[in-house]
Design a protein around this ligand. Structure first.
Ligand SMILES: *Cc1c(COP(=O)(O)O)cnc(C)c1O
Length: 408
C-alpha cells in the first residue's frame, strides 16, 4: 500500500488519476485516504466532516467496527461461490430484507443500476409470460428522474443530458412530469404501459418531493392497467428517510422496490425486492448475476441492517433529519437572496440556491472550511450524511454552511 502510494502531493496524484483513468469524472482536488465515523482524512492529513457519505452509501459512516469485523471475518471464511450453489449470508440477508419490508422475494445484484435493470426486465417478463399481455412492454417514467447508466436504466432516466450521444436507447419509455397524475393517466391511456418506475423522492433530480396523493395515485393507475409499480429506492431506502423505506410514508405498497447505495455500507450490493405475484415473471435462467448475492456483500448487508435495527438508526435519521431540515430552513430565511428552498425527508435534505455558480462557490468554500457537501441538478446542495450522524455534527455542518453562504 505505502509502496504504491509514497509521500507525493495531492496535485501529483490528481495528475496521475487524470492520466490513468477514463475522462468521465471531474473529481475535486482531494485524495481521501481514511475515515472514521462521519469524518474523512485526506493525503495531507486534513480532516473533513462528511455530509456526502459516499453519496448516501456509507450508512454506518467510515470504518464502523461492526461492519469492519463482519467483512473481515466473512472474507476469511468465504467470499464468493456463485449462484450455482447456496450460501448462508445470502439467505440470512434475504430473510432480513423480507422482515423489514413488504417483499416476498429478493434478488441480489451489484449496484442500483443493476437492481433497476432486474426490475424492468422482471416487469416486462411478468407482462409477457404471466399476464399474457406482451403488448404492455412500455415503461412510464418521469422527467428529472435518475435510475442509472445501463441501457435499460438510462432509457427510463428522464434527463436528456445523460442520453446525449448514447442513442438509440431501449424502446418503450415514455415520460410524465413528477407529480402530474393527469399526464400519467394520459400516457397510460393506450394500454401499452406495463410498468411505472418512480423515485418516491427524486434525489439526483434536485431532492424533489412528491405532492400529497401522487404516489397513491400511481398505485391506483397501475392497478387499473395491470401495470407493475416499481419504486426506485436506491437512494431513499435503508433508513435514509427515517423509515426503512420511503414508501412507508405513503398509504400504499409498490410491487417492486430497488435499493443499493447504503444497503451494505459501501460494499457493492444492489437489491430488487418484489411481491409473490410479480416474482412469477422470473423462472430459473431468466435473469442472473455472477457476483450478485455473494457471501461477502450479503454478510455486509446483514451487518448494516442489524446495526440500524439494534442502534436505533431509523429514529436517529428522523431526529437528526428534522434538526438538519430546520437548520437549512433557518439558513434559507437568513439568506433569502441566496437560498431559494429547503426540501427533503430524514437524512436526505437539499438546499436549493439561487444559481449554479453560487452552488459551486459554496461547495468549494465548504471543502476549504472542512466540510464535504455536493450539488445535485446544478443548484441544490445535497446532504446525505451517515445514519449515525450526531447532533453536534449536524450543528457543525450548519454553522459551516451558514458561514460559507454568508461569504459567497
Ligand atoms: C444512484 C442511483 C441509481 C444508480 O445506482 P448505481 O449504484 O450508481 O448504479 C439509481 N437510482 C437512484 C435513485 C439513484 O440515486
Amino acid at each position: 500500500m505505502n509502496d504504491l502510494f509514497p509521500a507525493v502531493t495531492t496535485s501529483d496524484l490528481a495528475a496521475r488519476a487524470a492520466a490513468a483513468l477514463t475522462p468521465n469524472y471531474r473529481p475535486a482536488p482531494l485524495v481521501l485516504v481514511s475515515g472514521k465515523g462521519c469524518r474523512v482524512t485526506d493525503k495531507d492529513g486534513r480532516t473533513y466532516l462528511d455530509m456526502v457519505g459516499g453519496i448516501a452509501v456509507n450508512s454506518l459512516g467510515h470504518a464502523h467496527p461492526r461492519l469492519v469485523a463482519a467483512i473481515a471475518e466473512q472474507a476469511a471464511t468465504l467470499i464468493h461461490v456463485s449462484n450455482l450453489y447456496i450460501n448462508e449470508p445470502a439467505i440470512a440477508f434475504g430473510e432480513m430484507v423480507k422482515k423489514v419490508s413488504f417483499a416476498d422475494r429478493v434478488f441480489f445484484a451489484n449496484s442500483g443500476t443493476e437492481a433497476n435493470e432486474a426490475a424492468l426486465k422482471l416487469a416486462r417478463r411478468f407482462q409477457a409470460e404471466v399476464r399474457k399481455s406482451p403488448h404492455q412492454a412500455g415503461f412510464l417514467a418521469f422527467h428529472d428522474s435518475f435510475h442509472g447508466r445501463s441501457y435499460g436504466a438510462l432509457s427510463v432516466t428522464g434527463q436528456p443530458k445523460y442520453h446525449h450521444g448514447f442513442e438509440p436507447l431501449v424502446p418503450g419509455a415514455r415520460f410524465a412530469t413528477f407529480g402530474d397524475l393527469d399526464q400519467c393517466r394520459a400516457e397510460m391511456s393506450d394500454g401499452k404501459v406495463g410498468a411505472i418506475i418512480v423515485e418516491p423522492i427524486q434525489c439526483e433530480g434536485g431532492i424533489n418531493m412528491p405532492p400529497p396523493g401522487f404516489l397513491e395515485g400511481l398505485r391506483a393507475l397501475a392497478d387499473d392497467h395491470g401495470a407493475v409499480l416499481i419504486f426506485d429506492e436506491v437512494q431513499t431506502g435503508v433508513g435514509r428517510t427515517g423509515t426503512w423505506w420511503a414508501y412507508e410514508h405513503t398509504d400504499i405498497v409498490p410491487d417492486v422496490v430497488t435499493t443499493a447505495k447504503g444497503v451494505a455500507g459501501g460494499v457493492p450490493l444492489g437489491v430488487m425486492m418484489c411481491n409473490e405475484k410479480v416474482a412469477a415473471g422470473f423462472v430459473p435462467g431468466s435473469h442472473a448475476s455472477t457476483f450478485g448475492g455473494n457471501a461477502l456483500a450479503t454478510r455486509a448487508g446483514l451487518e448494516v441492517f442489524q446495526v440500524i435495527e439494534e442502534d436505533g438508526l431509523l429514529e436517529n435519521a428522523r431526529t437528526r433529519g428534522a434538526q438538519l431540515a430546520a437548520g437549512l430552513e433557518a439558513l434559507r430565511v437568513a439568506h433569502p437572496d441566496k437560498a431559494v428552498a429547503q426540501r427533503g425527508r430524514g437524512l436526505v435534505q437539499g438546499l436549493e440556491l439561487a444559481d449554479a455558480a453560487l452552488v459551486n462557490r459554496v461547495v468549494d468554500g465548504c471543502r476549504v472550511a472542512g466540510l464535504l457537501v455536493n450539488a445535485v441538478q446544478g443548484k441544490t446542495l445535497r446532504f446525505v450524511p451517515p445514519l449515525i450522524v450526531s447532533a453536534a455534527e449536524i450543528d457543525e455542518a450548519l454553522v459551516t454552511v451558514g458561514g460559507v453562504l454568508a461569504a459567497s
